[in-house]
Write a protein that binds this ligand. Structure first.
Ligand code: GTP
Ligand code: MG
Length: 430
């Protein structure tokens, strides 16, 4: 059966969702994953017409669910007017090809759906480059058949189904070249980011991380009095933004918002978004935001920790922030949760409940990393005196004939920088 070459753009996207239930997967886990896949489809504007779960001891190597089941799904699609099939797992390029042949409908996997969402949400130059790179890496091994929905977004139509091997080679070459160009452009953006980071000077950094839709941007807005995009949609945030937590604090505490995590985060996305997570990598402290109203918040916490591990952020100090407590019908839940996670903070980023405690915890974390210093500096070291006035909290100033004596509080790292510039003069730290 021929595979339709191009879906009509005017035709509403109605999909059947398909998952495989392996013996080791629990029904609850699978239901939850399907719910999440449904939410991903909704974010993309794809209507979920039905969902089908197939139990098997292991995936079929050529059609994932088995040919018989694929034919059944084809008939079901015809019956209810669905025009595409979306699988909850990542399929191999060969499986997609075989399934499209058997069912005569476009087939997408979870990774493809997430990539489409990222593509529709990328706004800045950097996130557009990152998403396109992820798409290209995804598309490269799949060039033996059509990827009309991807080729449309990538633009230029160069990734469409090849006519014969020659065309295929051309497409492959185009994609490989494009990957090289994108990597080159991204590395320039990363250099600029690094320069900006250095120019920010002495500061403390906190990165907000956590599962998608847990309320990271809402919390960021609340703590920094900003107006970042907040939406009840998955992956509302694709770009990391940075704001000072309390303007005027010395050194400033900078907060950054990041892309959310999800179970089975596609590897191509992990790789191409690495630089966005470098912002979190340079943080001193992470706030791991968890939506406490989610019945399966523990699994999502685990998924979030697994993603942190992928980005090599799992050894950073962090505070678990249980969010959305205003929505809890069980008012005792925060008490129970705190007994299990004694170092966590329960908040509502919407009502502001618990935020004072969270601020105290953040300040406390950094106060522990500061020291009180008394230092005598010659007047001819003007730029050093200036630096201390800019970056440290001054508690007293004494003017002598040839030198100034300053008492101040600063970070340990800043102190060592000051000391190295003091040209061997004595500093008393205590
Ligand atoms: N009731 C309630 N809703 C909240 C709270 N925090 C966030 N929300 C809602 O949860 C949804 C997601 O919030 P965001 O701040 O966009 O979540 P996010 O973690 O930044 O999501 P992504 O950027 O998509 O990963 C929005 O509809 C928010 O209004 C809260 O404390 N209480
Ligand atoms: Mg967000």
């Amino acid at each position: 059966m021929p595979v339709p070459d191009e879906r009509q753009t005017s035709e509403p996207d109605r999909a059947i969702l398909v998952a495989l239930r392996l013996p080791e997967t629990s029904r609850e886990d699978l239901d939850d994953e399907m719910k999440e896949l449904g939410a991903l489809c909704q974010t993309l504007g794809t209507e979920v017409a039905d969902q089908i779960i197939q139990a098997r001891p292991k995936p079929d190597p050529s059609t994932f669910i088995g040919r018989g089941k694929a034919l059944e799904i084809r008939d079901r699609c015809k019956h209810i007017g669905a025009n595409s099939v979306i699988f909850d797992e990542d399929l191999s390029p060969g499986q997609v090809k075989n399934l499209e042949k058997v069912m005569g409908l476009p087939v997408r996997d979870r990774c493809g759906v997430i990539l489409d969402i990222f593509a529709s949400r990328a706004r800045t130059y950097e996130s557009k480059l990152q998403v396109e790179l992820a798409q290209m890496e995804y598309v490269l091994p799949r060039l033996t058949h059509q990827w009309s929905h991807l080729s449309r977004q990538i633009g230029g139509g160069k990734v469409q189904r090849g006519i014969g091997e020659k065309q295929l080679e051309l497409d492959r070459r185009y994609v490989r070249n494009r990957i090289a160009v994108l990597k080159e452009r991204l590395s320039k953006v990363e250099q600029q980011r690094e320069t900006r980071r250095r120019a920010r000077g002495e500061n403390f950094r906190v990165a907000i991380v956590g599962y998608t839709n847990s309320g990271k941007s809402t919390l960021m807005n609340r703590l920094t009095d900003s107006r970042l995009l907040v939406e009840d949609k998955l992956f509302a945030t694709l770009d990391s933004s940075i704001r000072a937590i309390v303007p005027g604090e010395k050194p400033p505490i900078l907060l950054s918002d990041t892309v959310g995590f999800i179970r089975k985060l596609p590897h191509s996305l992990v790789a191409s978004f690495r630089s966005t997570f470098e912002e979190a990598g340079s943080a001193d402290l992470l706030l791991d935001v968890v939506d406490l109203t989610d019945a399966r918040f523990k699994e999502k916490m685990e998924a979030s920790r697994a993603a942190l591990k992928e980005f090599a952020l799992d050894r950073k100090p962090y505070i678990t922030v249980f969010n959305k407590i205003d929505l809890l019908s069980q008012s005792k839940l925060p008490v129970i949760v705190r007994s299990i996670y004694p170092s966590a903070v329960c908040v509502s980023a919407v009502t502001g409940d618990g935020l004072e405690e969270l601020r105290r915890r953040i300040y406390g974390f950094f106060e522990d990393r500061m020291v009180d210093v008394e230092m005598a500096i010659d007047y001819d070291q003007g730029s050093l005196i200036n630096r201390i006035f800019q970056n440290a909290r001054i508690s007293s100033i004494e003017y002598h004939q040839d030198r100034i004596v300053l008492r101040f509080r600063t970070t340990k790292t800043e102190l060592s920088r000051i000391q190295s510039r003091l040209n061997g003069r004595k500093a008393l730290a205590g």
